[in-house]
Design a protein around this ligand. Structure first.
Ligand code: NAP
Ligand code: GDP
Length: 345
């Protein structure tokens, strides 16, 4: 029987992380494209993944052998606080439609042959990498966060609903592995930023929001407003680093236990320092003010990348993270260059 071409479906392929994966697979190697892979990036205009039947039709059209599942209703602290029910329900529906259809369509990294093919028709095996987030960990964790703690207590009230929807992906992955042997797994990134982010001030995460607000302050000669006390700490990962690690996980990581993808845990940056770094990257010399009436959200959520480092080492690999200032400058330059042309700004 002829080998099938691996077809990798990327849901959320037009978002921050999806765009970074497009960038990653423009190169080959352990963190990039494998010979013969075909990558299909889809957005909500290709299919509303909340609709189970529409998702079935998408899978029928694409016939993926592998899925990177990024699509989600995503937002920063203030969007989560404003729309709890939507964050819960949209994400539950999206995740269920993608995982169940992945199961139904026998998504596989290596197409089965001969006797294995016959067996796979009754024992549906699949490979899906979904994306969780460090904001789903318990609100009173043991630091640093590690993979085993996901379900060890209620999540933070600031994103309680989103966190529960995301935790269910891990529950679903384990259930499908136990009942059917499906190779479903998940990665857990820390706060992501990079080119092609969501800069809508009502929905944005902190760095794209700060970039957008600083740009407007610079342009209009107004003050740059930083929400909250500026004291919380965040462990940021550059989207292009994250994308390369997700592609590696797709090719090489098969355990059901999720894998934290982050720079070292001591790479925390305070919100105020992040805002000052945005000002420097934009050459903004005006004033800034802090609006302490706004929520701080979680104080910190440093995560350990020890398991990632160990998994890479098993394959003789090391990963070099882009320094924060360099990645931020690239992201700011992208934002400024695309301010008048990109649909997401
Ligand atoms: P994003 O920039 O907001 O992009 C979201 C993507 O999902 C877009 O491609 C969007 O399509 C698609 N999408 C949303 N609703 C959909 C629907 N109903 N049907 C089909 N597609 C839909 O998000 P991101 O930051 O790249 O996040 C990607 C993944 O990383 C998510 O699972 C998120 O939870 C996780 N994550 C993100 C962060 C972060 O800081 N950004 C941190 C940790 C984890 P359109 O372009 O058509 O809207
Ligand atoms: P989180 O990491 O899930 O809490 O989400 P965010 O990326 O939205 O980061 C929220 C943190 O950044 C909180 O401490 C906010 O007070 C702070 N922050 C400061 N200015 C802004 C802003 O303009 N937008 C957002 N989303 N957060 C801001």
């Amino acid at each position: 029987m002829a080998q099938l071409t691996p077809v990798i479906l990327v849901t959320g392929g037009t978002g921050l992380v999806g765009r970074a994966i497009q960038h990653a697979v423009a190169s080959s190697g352990p963190f990039g494209r494998q010979t013969g892979d075909r990558w299909v990036f889809v957005s909500s205009s290709d299919c509303d993944l909340r609709d189970f039947d529409a998702t079935h039709d998408l899978f029928d059209r694409v016939r993926p052998t592998h899925v990177v599942h990024l699509a989600a209703r995503v937002g920063g602290l203030f969007a989560n606080i404003a729309s709890q029910a939507d964050f819960l329900r949209d994400n539950i529906r999206i995740n269920d439609a993608v995982l169940q259809n992945s199961h139904d369509f026998h998504v596989r990294r290596v197409p089965p042959q001969g006797a294995e093919l016959a067996r796979s028709l009754t024992r549906q095996v699949a490979k899906v990498v979904s994306c969780l987030s460090t904001c789903i960990f318990p609100t009173h964790p043991t630091y640093p966060l590690s993979e085993g703690q996901i379900h060890a207590g209620p999540p933070d009230p600031s994103n309680f609903e989103y966190a529960h929807a995301k935790r269910l992906v891990d529950v679903q992955n384990r259930a499908y592995r136990e009942q059917y042997g499906d190779v479903f797994t998940a990665v857990i990134p820390t706060n992501v930023f990079g080119p092609g982010d969501n800069y809508n001030l009502d929905a944005a995460h902190v760095l794209p929001a700060l970039m957008h607000k600083c740009y407007i302050a610079q342009r209009d000669g107004t003050r740059f407003v930083i929400s909250g006390s500026g004291r919380p700490l965040r462990q940021f990962i550059y989207s292009r680093d994250l994308a390369r690690l997700i592609v590696w996980a797709l090719n090489s990581y098969t355990k059901v236990e999720p894998l934290i993808l982050s720079p070292p845990e001591n790479d925390e940056v305070s919100i105020l320092d992040a805002a000052l770094a945005v000002m420097t990257a934009m050459s903004y010399e005006g004033e800034y003010v802090q609006d302490t009436s706004k929520s701080d959200g979680q104080y910190r959520k440093p995560a350990s990348n020890a398991k990632l480092v160990a998994e890479l080492a098993k394959q003789g690999l090391e990963f070099e993270f882009t320094p924060f200032q360099e990645a931020l400058q690239e992201s700011v330059d992208w934002f400024v260059d695309n301010y008048h042309t990109d649909a997401r700004i």
